[in-house]
Design a binder for this molecule. Structure first.
Ligand code: SF4
Ligand code: SF4
Length: 264
């Protein structure tokens, strides 16, 4: 373990534009709630998915977060490949990776965003790295910015001291604005139970987050754009409001933006 090196890496990530950064223990990440749920559903470790292998010399996970304020929604407007916010994260990760290799000879493995393509569960990584906790909106909640952050991660060949998790829970006693505002009622009923899957940490904290219902909203949001998502269908947006940005997808953020944590 190299405690000072971890602090220097986090400092460098911030110099390059990250709002927050942290380091997670890779063994804990391997056994994090999301990884265990996917293992239970598929029988496979995420790193053993076909065509995917976490590099054997990976010893730590580094996660970076960039602020995504409410008044800059365009950071999260997606075309078929990326969004401006995602491009910022990729650029920081790339520069950090080069710096780690050149300065310290540390090998880095920049992870794709998508789990299906071998990415790491970024929210789990962020919790283990001490950036915040999983809230009742099933999102990462950071003390400073609430859920209004975007994440990216990489695995490192260096064994670094983890920077988390932290003892933090803003949801206790909250009115749960996040759950009341969901247009698809994705938090209406429990869909996972601890007794069934042998885990005390569940999606949405109590197992009441329905990914399927949230995905219904994602498809609604995609249909509102003018993008052909290889479905053989050209979706046409018809409102004036969307005319200038009709080729972008504006995904729902209501459970994120309704949360009072991190509001200025
Ligand atoms: S609104 Fe925020 S603080 Fe309140 S329950 Fe939801 S995630 Fe937790
Ligand atoms: S992103 Fe929108 S649809 Fe999905 S859970 Fe949050 S509020 Fe509901």
């Amino acid at each position: 373990m190299q405690p000072d090196l971890g602090a220097r890496i986090i400092e460098k990530a911030k110099e390059l534009g990250a709002t927050m950064a942290g380091i997670a223990n890779i063994e804990l990440l391997r056994n994090s709630p999301s990884h265990r749920i996917i293992k239970m559903k598929t029988g496979l470790e995420i790193e053993d998915f076909p065509g995917i292998k976490w590099p054997e010399d990976s010893k730590s996970a580094l996660v970076i977060a960039v602020s995504h304020p409410e008044d800059k929604p365009e950071l999260d407007w997606w075309d078929t490949n990326s969004s401006p916010g995602n491009s910022i994260l990729i650029k920081i990760n790339k520069e950090l990776s080069i710096w780690l290799q050149e300065e310290f000879g540390i090998k880095t493995y920049k992870m794709p965003y998508s789990i299906e393509r071998g990415g790491i569960y970024l929210k789990d990584t962020a919790v283990l790295a001490g950036l915040g906790c999983i809230g009742k909106n099933n999102l990462l909640i950071t003390p400073e910015l609430g859920s209004k952050v975007r994440l990216r991660g990489m695995l490192l060949s260096a064994d670094l001291t983890p920077t988390g998790p932290i003892d933090y829970d803003p949801c206790e006693g909250c009115e749960m604005f996040c759950r009341k505002v969901c247009p698809q009622n994705a938090f209406l009923e429990r869909v996972l139970f601890s007794s069934e899957i042998g885990l005390d940490k569940l999606p949405g904290r109590d197992g009441s987050f329905s990914r399927q219902k949230c995905m219904v909203q994602m498809y609604v949001d995609m249909e509102r754009s003018n993008i052909n998502f290889n479905q053989g269908v050209q979706y046409i947006s018809d409102t004036e409001e969307m005319a200038d940005t009709k080729n972008l997808v504006k995904y729902c953020r209501q459970c994120e933006l309704s949360c009072p944590v991190g509001k200025m």
